[in-house]
Design a binder for this molecule. Structure first.
Ligand code: HEM
Length: 413
């Protein structure tokens, strides 16, 4: 199947690079050198993944935008040849019910319409005061305690967890439970069985909450889903699955961005000063988009499969071939973002690829932007002398998840 097609890219099978590739420990923010080389020399190429198959590998910004909106590609993980991220994900796909992250139009359009409401710009903005309060409280607690502080545990993990639990209507007391389960469900180190069990535990938990909200609705997303079940617009299983998807997707990503963005800024003091010294919402919004571009934390590629033959970049992707879009490559495509290795908060970076593109583009992007705008601007203005409490070399990155992150970030002031 896909792996026998390596030759169609004009390469001997042995020269197909393994994916994902490790990053250079000296510049861990940069996409791997091979990925950047492929963007320059062979933007439609092939890589070899964990199961030996060789899906197509798309690196350029323009090609990604063309293909990710092409109805001839599918996100249906159960099609033979789909380039799964891990063995665990391949096994989990067999038992995952239809949800926004594994269906195509028209089913995807229907399911996404059920959840668009809480994620509009307007609703994300309405959460800004609550996000500000959560941020202020966490920073108060941090400043009141001993130094140094691990920014991952003080802010990175609790903040998105509090925000997403507020949005969904999940009690914060359960945060350890759902943080643990979502980590297991997504980690590259989990076996198929562990990943399935974790997703199952989250499903059961949210299903129970939806039942409670059917009887006692509140002003939250799970209650909205409960109302849609009552109206016959969706099933209870669909609603609980949607809750799991939002919980997982909204939890890991912002948790990674907060410490990683801080580390990137501390390594670039001039850029740190931009955020520290401004309260201009436009400057803050542009800064957040540049940090999203620079970090593009989803580092293992977004995955699809071709439904028909598609010609792109002088190559023909055959029906049934897997396709990987390395979105960090697109966010670092120099034809779109000159000198991509330069963190420049004044850059027009909004067209970055950190949230993906096309029908599956990140549902939570408005919320994520508001969260990051509040956190970065508040933290550096309130703690203007923030600095690392260790050397850069000592900081441990975590690359095993879908989004890369830091294991800890010791800071002082
Ligand atoms: C900085 C933070 C975030 C980043 C970098 C990010 C990144 C992404 C990316 C790259 C995709 C596209 C995946 C694909 O095309 O296969 C995606 C999809 C998604 N994201 Fe995010 N995300 C972030 C925050 C959030 C938040 C806060 C939520 C929810 C509260 C969320 C919910 C989702 C959902 C539900 C999808 C699937 C959409 C669909 O398939 O239609 N994300 N995200």
């Amino acid at each position: 199947m896909a792996d026998t097609l390596a030759g169609t890219a004009g390469e001997a099978a042995s020269s197909v690079p393994e994916y994902p590739m490790p990053r250079d420990a000296r510049c861990p923010f940069n996409p791997p050198a091979t990925v950047r080389q492929l963007t320059a020399d062979e933007p439609v190429s092939k890589v070899r993944i964990w199961d030996g198959s060789t899906p197509w590998f798309i690196t350029r910004h323009a090609d990604q935008r063309t293909l990710l909106t092409d109805p001839r590609i599918s996100i249906d993980e159960n099609r033979p040849g789909f380039p799964h991220m891990t063995r665990g994900r391949a096994e989990a796909a067999k038992v995952t019910p239809p949800l926004i992250t594994n269906t195509d139009a028209p089913e995807h359009t229907r399911l996404r319409r059920m959840v668009n409401g809480p994620f509009t710009v307007k609703r994300a903005e309405a959460l800004r005061p609550a996000i500000q309060k959560i941020t202020d409280d966490l920073i108060d607690a941090m400043l009141a305690g001993p130094k140094p502080v691990d920014l991952v545990t003080a802010l990175g993990l609790p903040l998105p967890t509090l925000v997403i639990s507020e949005l969904l209507g999940v009690p914060y007391e359960d945060n350890e439970f759902f943080h643990h389960q979502s980590t297991v469900a997504l980690s590259h180190e989990s076996s198929g069985q562990q990943a399935q069990e974790a997703a199952g535990a989250l499903f059961g938990y949210l299903d129970g909450l939806i039942e409670q909200k059917t009887a006692n609705p509140a002003d939250d997303m799970l209650s909205e889903l409960a109302a849609r079940i009552k109206a016959g617009e969706m099933t209870r299983a669909e609603a609980a699955t949607m809750g799991v998807a939002v919980l997982i997707a909204g939890h890991e990503t912002s948790a990674s961005m907060i410490p990683l963005g801080t580390l990137a800024l501390l390594q670039n003091p001039g850029q740190f000063a931009v955020l520290r010294d401004t309260d201009d919402p436009k400057v803050i919004a542009a800064a957040v988009d540049e940090l999203l571009r620079y970090l593009t934390i989803v580092h293992t590629g977004v995955r699809r499969i071709a439904l028909e033959d598609i010609e792109i970049g002088g190559q023909v992707i055959r029906a049934g071939d897997g396709i990987i879009f390395d979105i960090s490559a697109a966010s670092w495509d120099p034809s779109m973002f000159p000198e991509p290795e330069r963190l420049d908060l004044s850059r027009a970076a909004r067209q970055h690829q950190a949230f993906g593109y096309g029908p599956h583009q990140c549902l939570g992007q408005n919320l994520a932007r508001v969260e990051l705008q509040v956190v970065y601007s508040t933290l550096y203005r309130r703690v203007p002398t923030l600095r690392l409490a260790t050397s850069f070399d000592e900081i441990e990155f975590a690359f095993e998840g879908i989004a890369y992150s830091l294991r800890s970030l010791p800071v002082t002031w």
